[in-house]
Write a new protein. Sequence first.
Lengths: 119, 108
Amino acid sequence: EPEVTQTPSHQVTQMGQEVILRCVPISNHLYFYWYRQILGQKVEFLVSFYNNEISEKSEIFDDQFSVERPDGSNFTLKIRSTKLEDSAMYFCASSDVRADRSSYNSPLHFGNGTRLTVT
Amino acid sequence: AQRVTQPEKLLSVFKGAPVELKCNYSYSGSPELFWYVQYSRQRLQLLLRHISRESIKGFTADLNKGETSFHLKKPFAQEEDSAMYYCALSSIGNQFYFGTGTSLTVIP
């Protein structure tokens, strides 16, 4: 069964440094997402991406964050200048073709996550 | 605004006992509800979705629009059911909103 893959599994960085988290969504999926989960807290939506542009983003996704689909297979999340509070598990997800408004949405398929530790 | 509430952060049951993980939601339109499960050190996986109306690993969940609930139930808990369970709501545009999760421990 195809899976969403994320690399690295664990990233340690110093405050102020840039990090890039990488994801390879399932190949025929068209919607891509980033979520994060701070230790002990809920899974929070960051951003969704469709047709090579951001379709929705949360308040968390400020100017320090960006996403890119550089080559048709990878989907990356960049944090320009990391802060201590960016330490979290970051999950990439993808979903199938967008459903019509009269029908139902496709479920998300998640990667294993990247644990980001900012020191 | 969309909101998913899972009132129990931790839930422990004995093996063979019934289990119910609660989920309530608020949404102005017609949502789609899901349960995701996260076993230790593994990814979030789809467990079931309300439109499927099927039983997965013995779990069922019924959407109750009157009570705005989507509780997850299993009549006889097994040790392998121990995991983190997340209720999620999907709105138009394939946006997903997750609850805070319930950690289920099945005691042998």
